[in-house]
Design a protein around this ligand. Structure first.
Ligand SMILES: Nc1nc2c(ncn2[C@@H]2O[C@H](COP(=O)(O)OP(=O)(O)OP(=O)(O)O)[C@@H](O)[C@H]2O)c(=O)[nH]1
Ligand SMILES: [Mg+2]
Length: 210
């Protein structure tokens, strides 16, 4: 009987620790900010594989993508999480924009439909996140309706947030403007594409989740 109770307690404790290991780290942001490029860099650095496809045409990611059990190390410390790449959040999705980017009408309409579903899914999943990296394109005006909505939603839910000002390899990128728009959060400037400052990004992840 005691053995049984002991096993039961061990099982419960194991489950608690397992659950703790399944931290969900979400990557959120507007379309085309470089979320999947960053997710790919994390996966390449720590798993040696890609996570998803990227494109200069917005709404390339239209479904939630999850990579489980990514372990990153910094000195003695180790951090394990499930990485969740999300569809870019937008307030307006117009299939004609995809046609202007060279897509055929039927493909553009289907992309717009899936992109709309993707936005809804991304928002639904917010509640499941333990921490979120908000990726913004640092060459763009940070005070957009979408950015403010995303950050406001995260703040209201008390979810820890790290803001990434991406595309710092481009001359017109401004980390300062992003920091000024969201002074309540840490902002890290990186180039997900070129791998610039990603070490600092990983250090910031330890502070965010660790
Ligand atoms: N110059 C530059 N381009 C970048 C950087 N990161 C991403 N890009 C480019 O920006 C475009 C969009 O990148 P994605 O990673 O697909 O962006 P996303 O945020 O996942 O976009 P959606 O899935 O549409 O929401 C691609 O053409 C990338 O190559 C960067 O650090 N510097
Ligand atoms: Mg993407």
């Amino acid at each position: 009987m005691i053995n049984f109770i002991q096993r039961f307690i061990n099982k419960v404790l194991n489950n608690i620790f397992k659950r703790k290991k399944h931290i969900k780290l979400g990557i959120y942001g507007p379309p085309n900010a470089g979320k999947t490029t960053l997710a790919n860099r994390i996966c390449q650095d720590w798993l040696g594989e890609e996570m998803g496809s990227t494109s200069h045409i917005a709404h390339e990611t239209r479904e939630i993508q999850i990579k489980e059990q990514i372990s990153i190390k910094s000195g003695e410390k180790e951090l394990t999480f499930n990485l969740v790449d999300t569809p870019g959040i937008a307030t307006k999705i117009d299939y004609e924009d995809f046609m202007k980017a060279g897509m055929k009408e039927a493909d553009a309409k289907s992309r717009a439909k899936d992109a709309t579903k993707g936005v809804i899914d991304a928002i639904k999943w917010l509640d499941d996140m333990d921490a979120v990296v908000v990726v913004l394109d640092a060459t763009k005006n940070p005070y957009s309706q979408v950015n403010i909505t995303i950050i406001g939603n995260l703040q209201a839910r008390d979810i820890p947030v790290l803001v990434v000002a991406n595309k710092t390899d481009l001359a017109r990128a401004s980390i300062k403007k992003v920091q000024a728009a969201f002074p309540q959060y840490d902002v890290i400037g990186i180039s997900a594409k070129k791998g610039k400052n990603v070490e600092k990004f990983y250090e910031a992840l330890f502070v965010l989740v660790g």
